[in-house]
Write a protein that binds this ligand. Structure first.
Ligand code: APR
Length: 229
């Protein structure tokens, strides 16, 4: 019986692909706090530093592969209507074969014009440099939602969450809003699973089962169960 399964993923989903999470490893990059670099103020103060921060992460991404958790979610589509809402800016869900992926915080392999926000391109190489401009001459910036910027896809994400028959929350500390609030849009009676080695039973979310496992182990196990529904 096909179900609408909504999957909320965070950095822990990609940890076993070799991509660092934000808050597991003191959240530092070259002694900068992510919150200090991923902001419009940092871009205004030191564009080259911000470009370098994302160049390093994009370079790493070109060398990373999806892990068994990404592939298991792609397999889940064989039977169920799977909608992925991710805080991650990597493209590992797509590369594993997931078809319906909504990025809340942007996409690392994309860039957009600072003067024409509708001008968004897919980068073929890991490096984005000062002087890389759109046809109208606007500097290209990472297509990332920085701290303090609006999250354009949150309304659509909330609509998707309200339609869930089953919710899977995978590898997110659920500390960053508005993404962290999405779980509360899910119907009270829908089954919810939280896969994370640090998963905590929730006092505010009904019907939530905590699975204290890494994504690479917990997600394929749960997917096998859901495919037998
Ligand atoms: N499998 C599953 N979960 C894991 C794994 C793993 N192998 N390794 C770590 N985790 C869990 C951690 O226990 C933690 O709960 O992943 C979560 C990572 O939390 P964060 O580092 O806070 O990442 P995330 O929740 O995605 O951060 C949200 O914060 O910095 C901003 O925009 C950035 O999208 C990011 C947002």
């Amino acid at each position: 019986m096909s179900k609408r399964i909504v999957v909320l993923t965070g950095a822990g989903m990609s940890a076993e692909s070799g991509i660092k999470t934000f808050r597991d490893n003191d959240g530092l990059w070259n002694n900068y706090r992510v919150e200090e670099v991923a902001t419009p103020e940092a871009w205004a103060a030191d564009m080259e530093l911000v470009l370098e921060f994302y160049n390093q992460r994009r370079k790493q991404l070109f060398e990373c592969e999806p892990n068994p958790a990404h592939y298991a979610l792609a397999e889940l589509q064989d039977k169920h209507d799977v909608r992925i809402i991710t805080q991650n800016v990597d493209d590992l869900h797509e590369r594993a074969g997931s078809k319906q992926v909504l990025h809340l915080h942007g996409e690392l392999k994309k860039a957009r014009s600072v003067t024409d926000p509708d001008y968004v391109i897919e980068l073929q190489d890991w490096e984005l440099k000062a002087g890389d401009t759109c046809p109208k001459g606007g500097q290209l910036r990472p297509h990332i939602v920085w701290f303090g910027e609006p999250v354009p896809n949150i309304t659509l994400a909330a609509e998707i969450a309200t339609s869930a028959e089953i919710i899977m929350v995978i590898g997110t500390s659920m500390q960053v809003y508005p993404a962290a609030g999405l779980i509360h849009y899910a119907p009270v009676d829908c089954m919810k699973y939280y896969i994370d080695p640090a998963a905590r039973e929730s006092s505010t979310v009904e019907n939530m089962t905590a699975i204290r496992k890494k994504a690479g182990e917990g997600v394929p196990e749960l997917v096998r169960e859901l495919l037998s529904l």
